[in-house]
Design a protein around this ligand. Structure first.
Ligand SMILES: CC(C)(COP(=O)(O)OP(=O)(O)OC[C@H]1O[C@@H](n2cnc3c(N)ncnc32)[C@H](O)[C@@H]1OP(=O)(O)O)[C@@H](O)C(=O)NCCC(=O)NCCS
Length: 170
């Protein structure tokens, strides 16, 4: 992980999730889904990447709760429905910090925690390749680089958009 951010597990950072999603309309441009993600941020474990200021002794409190939302650089929400599997419900990194290792670091921290709890499989649902969307080509390239494998594209799971299920053994 780079020295400029740290990953914190916290709860209920809907403010940060909302702010980051608004920055990324190519991926999260549908209001209804943004509301759903913001609600999810209030109930699922949140992993947030927080900027570490060069001068401050500590910007991160025990739960990450005192951190202002503008200092949250990325957010990952985990939905665990079964004891041995979990899903990445949301992963988003502020645009100007893309490709700085934040997404990978968020995933690595989540995977470490899940493995310790006996979780064996991590999945994610994202836009499938048949939609021909270059933004989501990059998203799938990220998940592939992080060890996820495509399993199946479901044409009808989401209204109007093909859904690709990707999985990773932990
Ligand atoms: C997808 C996303 C979470 C990745 O986070 P990130 O911090 O930018 O990614 P990282 O820097 O950790 O990238 C890790 C690896 O993934 C791959 N990768 C990341 N972005 C990529 C891109 N645009 N094109 C190709 N490969 C890419 C690379 O192999 C990269 O390693 P490298 O930089 O050493 O080559 C982030 O770009 C994002 O928020 N995108 C918009 C929202 C989104 O797509 N969310 C997921 C919806 S399901």
């Amino acid at each position: 992980m780079s020295g400029t951010f740290t990953v914190v597990r916290t709860l209920g950072r809907s403010d940060a999730a909302h702010d980051i999603l608004e920055e990324l309309p190519e991926w999260f441009g549908i209001d209804r889904f943004t509301h759903e993600y913001v609600e999810a941020a209030a109930k699922f474990p949140n992993y947030v990447a927080v900027a570490v200021p060069e001068t401050a002794d500590s910007a991160v409190g025990p739960g990450g709760g005192e951190v202002p939302f503008e200092d949250v650089l990325g957010v990952l929400l985990v939905d665990q429905r079964y004891p041995t599997s979990a899903e990445v419900h949301l992963l988003a990194v502020r645009r100007k910090h893309h490709r700085a290792g934040i997404g990978r670091s968020l995933l690595e921290r989540v995977e470490e925690d899940l493995r310790a709890q006996g979780v064996r499989v991590l999945s994610v649902k994202t836009l499938g390749p048949s939609a021909s969307d270059p933004d989501f080509d990059r998203t799938r390239a990220f998940y592939t680089a992080c060890g996820f494998h495509p399993v199946e594209e479901f044409p009808d799971l989401w209204a109007d958009n093909p859904c690709l299920l990707m999985v990773k053994a932990l």
